[in-house]
Design a binder for this molecule. Structure first.
Ligand code: SAM
Length: 381
């Protein structure tokens, strides 16, 4: 098949099915990529192989001017309907990631979430992504890791592809060496992060039924294959899902968040701890915010642990208002107020207001990051 016909075929496949459910499962990855690219208000951003626009929406929510592009007309239509329904002004364009119809140096960020990885010529994709981003600016991508659970499932489909398995598989982009090679001469620096999205279902059977409806290549396979061949492929997928569920079923993944030692949250809570009746407690929750501690405590229990350093934003109209909110809605502080002698509580409260004043640089409104550690561990066995 020549490249033009192959692209037409891909566009047709990806216009099949109802992508909404799969899109929802990939959405957190799009948000994390937008965060990692540090997109910001006023920037012009391009989402490549956008599907129905997960990355586009994450960037539009930050106030970026967003163009979203995809090879499949059906996806472009879906995306247009979705972004309109969600109230975002996104420009949608039909485009092949290997041949983007945009001027050189146009965008301040170009991102692709499990999309550009699919195009058969990675070198062309890399060249195009970097051609349309302004020098010094950012290209962000996500791709499945080779050997991961998604490729395991998609490999079944590939084995049944008419004409045999394709030469290029998207998970080649999940190999750092390949990315370094394809970006060679185009990028100044590359930062890699190993992440995962959670795949859950009520059962292996239900999971495959979801894919059948919502993963366009599978919906297209169902529509085009002889029923008995499809039934055989589907049965193999249910088998893979059975294995997959043994590990990723909720309950087998342990996920936690904990404040990082020294973070703003801990600074604030430490004041309360100093005033605790009986003196500061021996254990403090931010011990969980230290990767070495987690590794030690999970030793022998988890197969793998993925750490991510994140933050939540703490805002206040004023230091005084912030502490008043804590007083009302943080149970330990509400309890301290109820239990302590009034003058001791007033002293502790004043220290807290003083700390928040330090963050705000005065008595005005403020917005600060409270850093925490997120970790996801896979249970052993
Ligand atoms: C798994 S979906 C990911 C979509 C989206 N980025 C998301 O986060 O949900 C892959 C998308 O890549 C698109 N695609 C595949 N090959 C492409 C190509 N050569 N150029 C542009 N888009 C392509 C498909 O149409 C599909 O919408």
């Amino acid at each position: 098949m020549n490249p033009e016909e192959a692209a037409k075929q891909t566009a047709k496949i990806w216009s099949t099915g109802d992508y909404a459910d799969l899109s929802e499962r990939l959405r957190p990855a799009a948000q994390a990529l937008a965060d990692a690219c540090a997109v910001g208000a006023g920037q012009e951003v391009l989402d490549v192989a956008a599907g129905d626009g997960n990355f586009a929406v994450a960037c539009a929510a930050e106030g970026c001017a967003v163009v979203a592009s995809d090879l499949a007309p059906g996806m472009v239509e879906r995306g247009r309907v979705r972004t309109e329904a969600e109230g975002y002004d996104v420009e949608w364009v039909e485009a092949n990631a290997q041949e983007l119809p945009f001027d050189d140096d146009r965008f301040e960020c170009v991102g692709s979430v499990f999309g550009a990885m699919i195009a058969p010529e990675p070198e062309l994709v890399a060249r195009e992504l970097f051609r349309v981003v302004r020098p010094g600016n950012t290209v962000g991508m996500t791709a499945w890791s080779p050997g991961g659970r998604a490729p395991e499932m998609f490999d079944v489909g590939r084995r049944y592809a008419p004409g045999g398995p394709p030469e290029h598989t998207p998970d080649r982009w999940g190999d750092e060496d390949n990315v370094r090679r394809w970006f060679d001469g185009l990028a100044n620096s590359i930062e890699f992060e190993r992440r995962s999205v959670v795949w859950a279902g009520d059962s292996p059977e239900q999971f495959v039924a979801m894919m059948e409806q919502s993963a366009p290549p599978q919906a297209a396979a169902k529509a085009s294959m002889p029923p008995e061949t499809y039934a055989q492929m589907r049965a193999e997928m249910v088998e893979v899902a059975r294995e997959l569920f043994r590990v990723v079923r909720p309950g087998n993944t342990v996920g936690m968040t904990a404040w990082k030692p020294g973070s703003r949250a801990v600074e604030m809570f430490d004041i309360a701890r100093r005033y605790a009746p009986g003196g500061p407690p021996e254990h403090t929750p931010d011990r969980w915010g230290d990767e070495d501690n987690v590794r030690g405590w999970f030793d022998g229990l988890a197969n793998s642990i993925e750490f991510e350093h994140r933050s939540v934003v703490w805002t206040g109209d004023s230091p005084e208002q912030f502490v008043a909110v804590m007083e009302q809605s943080a149970p330990p502080q509400a309890a301290a107020k109820a239990a302590m002698p009034a003058d001791t509580y007033a002293q502790m409260r004043a220290e807290m207001v003083e700390l928040a004043r330090g963050w705000a640089g005065g008595d005005g409104p403020f917005e600060v990051d409270a850093e925490y550690l997120q970790f996801v561990a896979r249970r052993r066995g």
